[in-house]
Design a protein around this ligand. Structure first.
Ligand SMILES: *Cc1c(COP(=O)(O)O)cnc(C)c1O
Length: 397
């Protein structure tokens, strides 16, 4: 496709993308190749938790790049030690393996659970996961996922992921067998359309895991690092997982993820796990800067204030346009349009002039909003005006 001076054909065509090319960003705003500005409520899919090009990340990358980029994962480096210490302190899970993507961290969680099962649970290896869940795009994490349409892709799948239904404890009990080693769940199913596991359900899963000697694996790739108004979503339920994965927000936009485990469960031996870039100082240093900012109590108070503001704005719009309401936790929110027009609203919002609005439609009837955690109140207000216009355009045409 030709877009202004750009020819895109050299890129593998793996997603339908709008005909524009982003060239710069700052805070909540992106700028395309023609100079048009967009208010960004996608933020790299809940990734840029401090917005585009925030000063602490720009400064950290510059300083770390000129000091040490990659001595190899075969050696210790100061930044990855600092990252692991911060994550262990914040989560209460004592052991950390830094990686590069959410899928890679989840792949590691699956391997760790299987290793623990082989060592401590008579070879148990199956992991109960959930319908409509999303855990990534490697072969094992696609197999673990319950995403509609994926069951027939890239056969044969990795076996051993029986599916249960979210918030249905009986379905989990039914999926557990003699070979089960763990239950893996997202505290909020983001890709499924911001569908929350109830706090009581997470507590029941914790109890069930304790009773049956299973590991509770939480995929907090989307919900972790302040997204829900707490550092980790599991804090709302007052539980602690045995294994947790983080991604997205932890790097504030750079490729960084982490696999965390309690000391009891952390059983990898030399050679079991690794990766050329795992724990590289350039990304680890950014992770430290992000954590130092997000873990400040005032910062998380700010996320909850923004949550109230955004939620109220979306409720107003829902009433005005006769939609089916809004939901979510913290700054991971969805608006139910009650009719399958989400793609049209997303297009209309992006095409507004002089400024566009970027939104995501995870389901045909659903809009998802994932602004920066430090999004300005003024930007939330502006989003409301732009979404109002986009809804009018899409729903009345
Ligand atoms: C995005 C996401 C992943 C995959 O992360 P990648 O970095 O794209 O590999 C896994 N789990 C959840 C819950 C996610 O939202």
């Amino acid at each position: 496709m030709r877009i202004g001076p750009f020819e895109t054909d050299a890129l593998m065509e793996v997603a339908a993308r709008p005909p524009l090319v982003f060239v710069e960003g700052s805070g909540s705003w992106l700028v395309d190749h023609r100079g048009k500005r967009y208010l960004d409520f996608v933020q790299g899919w809940a990734v840029n938790c401090l917005g585009h090009c925030p000063p602490e990340i720009v400064q950290t990358i510059g300083a770390q790049a000129s000091r040490l980029v990659n001595p190899s994962a075969a050696y210790y480096n100061d930044a990855s030690i600092g990252l692991a210490q911060r994550l262990a302190r914040l989560s209460g899970l004592e052991r950390v393996f830094p990686a590069n993507s959410g899928a890679e961290a989840n792949e590691g969680a699956i391997k760790l659970a299987r290793k623990w099962g082989a060592r401590d649970k008579r070879g148990a290896w199956q992991i109960v996961t959930f319908a409509d869940s999303f855990h990534g795009r490697t072969l094992a994490t696609m197999s673990a996922s319950g995403k509609a349409g994926w069951d027939s892709l890239f056969e044969p799948k990795v076996s051993g992921f029986p599916k249960a239904v979210l918030n249905d404890l009986e379905s989990v009990r039914r999926a557990i067998g003699a070979e089960t080693v763990a239950i893996m769940v997202e505290p909020i199913q983001g890709e499924a359309g911001v569908v929350a596991a109830e706090d009581g359900f997470l507590r029941d899963l914790r109890d069930l895991c304790d009773e049956r000697e299973l590991l509770l694996i939480l995929d907090e790739v989307q919900t972790g690092i302040g997204r829900t108004g707490r550092m980790f979503a599991f804090e709302h339920a007052g539980i602690r997982p045995d294994i947790m994965t983080l991604g997205k927000g932890i790097g504030g936009g750079v490729p960084l993820s982490a696999l965390l485990a309690s000391e009891r469960v952390s059983c990898f031996e030399h050679g079991d796990q690794g990766g050329t870039y795992c724990g590289n100082p350039l990304m680890a240093a950014v992770g430290c800067a992000v954590l130092d900012r997000v873990s400040q109590p005032q910062f998380l108070d700010g996320v909850r204030l923004r949550e109230e503001h955004l939620s109220r704005k979306l409720q107003e719009l829902s009433q005005r346009h006769r939609l089916a309401g809004e939901r979510g936790r913290g700054l991971l929110r969805a608006v139910d349009l009650s009719r399958p027009l989400a793609a049209q609203v997303v297009d209309a919002a992006r095409e507004l002039v002089p400024e566009g609005l970027l939104l995501n439609a995870p389901r045909p009837h659903l809009l998802r909003l994932m602004p920066a955690l430090n999004v300005e109140f003024e930007a939330i207000h502006r989003m409301g005006e732009l979404l109002d216009r986009a809804l009018t355009a899409a729903l009345t045409s």
